[in-house]
Design a protein around this ligand. Structure first.
Ligand SMILES: *Cc1c(COP(=O)(O)O)cnc(C)c1O
Length: 339
């Protein structure tokens, strides 16, 4: 059976590194914690001392209720949503219809995706005051913090102006000051000040440089055979062998979220050969278990995509297992014949 191993030591190292920039973390665990498994990740976050998380929707919030002080839901509530979660307000329209008491106002500082507009901030604050909502946070999102020389600082300056406006309004009207958060992973080391909270996802999971890959994906041998010289294997015999070799079939395929490939793929331990199947791939060599990847930053180089995309699609059907340290993480990799 295939396994996803979550390396707690690496996860904590990443969290320590983020904490050294700003100890106030809103951990983004949307979409099954970027595919890692929302429950095991929440368990580890709680142990580390993280008090706030952000999720995609109510279903995810329900799973982790009880783990954290505050759960911010990025999307508008549905009718059956619980009242004690915090909701991101993505538009003025949503704010006008809102009936949930705890809110974070999202402002559009340049992403042009969602959030209320700069010129709508005053109107929004008046509505919040009139309806008696508790404004817990004000936030914005960067569109290109992972690039140099782009709009990050323009967005940041705009956000500081909005922050100023909100603070003045709250002081004047005797409201609690909300906390302000704008820093995603890529912005962590770019901003002169990361403000009240950082709101990070991919750095925690080690999907960007400077952080350690937390997920290790291991496939189990299903069967083995010898491939002759000039013999092909798999669909359309896309791989043709130049020599006699042992091949192993493991129990991970594109149904498990691995992007489709038709001309082999470099794995951590060996090479996958030819075309990937729905539930299997054929790899070079004789193995009991094969590490497909233990650092998504390496694995992603096989594909025209981003680490987020690989991680988030790893099937929730695969069992997740927390391992304490890198040493325990050594699964048996009995290589009987390597060539
Ligand atoms: C996903 C998301 C984040 C986290 O972004 P990373 O690049 O993974 O750090 C932060 N804020 C919002 C609004 C998001 O949707």
């Amino acid at each position: 059976m295939a396994f996803v191993y979550l390396n707690k030591e690496k996860f904590f190292n990443n969290l320590k590194k983020i904490s050294s920039i700003n100890p106030n973390i809103i951990a983004v665990i949307k979409d099954n914690a970027y595919g890692h498994g929302i429950l095991p990740i929440s368990k580890m976050l709680k142990e580390f001392g993280v008090k706030k998380v952000a999720v995609r929707d109510n279903d995810e919030a329900r799973i982790v209720r009880g783990f954290f002080e505050e759960i911010l839901i990025f999307n508008p509530p549905t009718s059956r949503d619980a009242m004690n979660f915090s909701y991101a307000i993505n538009s003025l329209l949503q704010l006008k219809k809102n009936r949930h008491p705890y809110i974070h106002l999202k402002v559009d500082t340049g992403f042009r995706r969602n959030g209320i507009l700069e010129e709508e901030v005053e109107e929004a604050l008046e509505i919040i005051l009139k309806k008696g909502f508790e404004l817990r946070g004000v936030f914005s999102h960067f569109c290109c913090a992972d690039e140099d020389g782009c709009d990050t600082f323009i967005q940041y300056d705009k956000f500081l102006k909005i922050k100023d406006k909100v603070e003045k309004f709250c002081t004047k009207n005797n409201l609690h000051l909300p906390y302000f958060h704008i820093a995603n992973s890529a912005a962590l080391t770019k901003l002169p000040n990361t403000l009240d909270f950082v709101r990070v996802g991919i750095a925690m999971y080690g999907g960007i440089d400077g952080y350690e890959g937390v997920m290790k994906l291991v496939g189990k041998m299903v069967s083995r055979r010898v491939l002759d010289e000039k013999e092909g294997c798999g669909y359309n015999k896309a791989f043709m062998s130049d020599k006699k070799r042992v091949i192993t079939t493991i129990d991970i395929g594109y149904a498990d979220g691995i992007p489709y490939f038709k001309n082999g793929c470099k794995l951590k331990d060996t090479f996958a050969l030819g075309k990937i199947s729905m539930d299997y791939m054929i790899v070079d060599g004789e193995w009991d278990e094969v590490v497909v990847f233990d650092d998504v930053k390496e694995f992603v180089k096989n594909f025209d995509t981003i680490t987020y995309d690989i991680l988030v699609k790893i099937s929730p059907k695969i069992k997740r297992k927390i391992v304490e340290t890198s040493d325990n993480n050594r699964v048996k990799q009995s290589i009987k014949i390597s060539r």
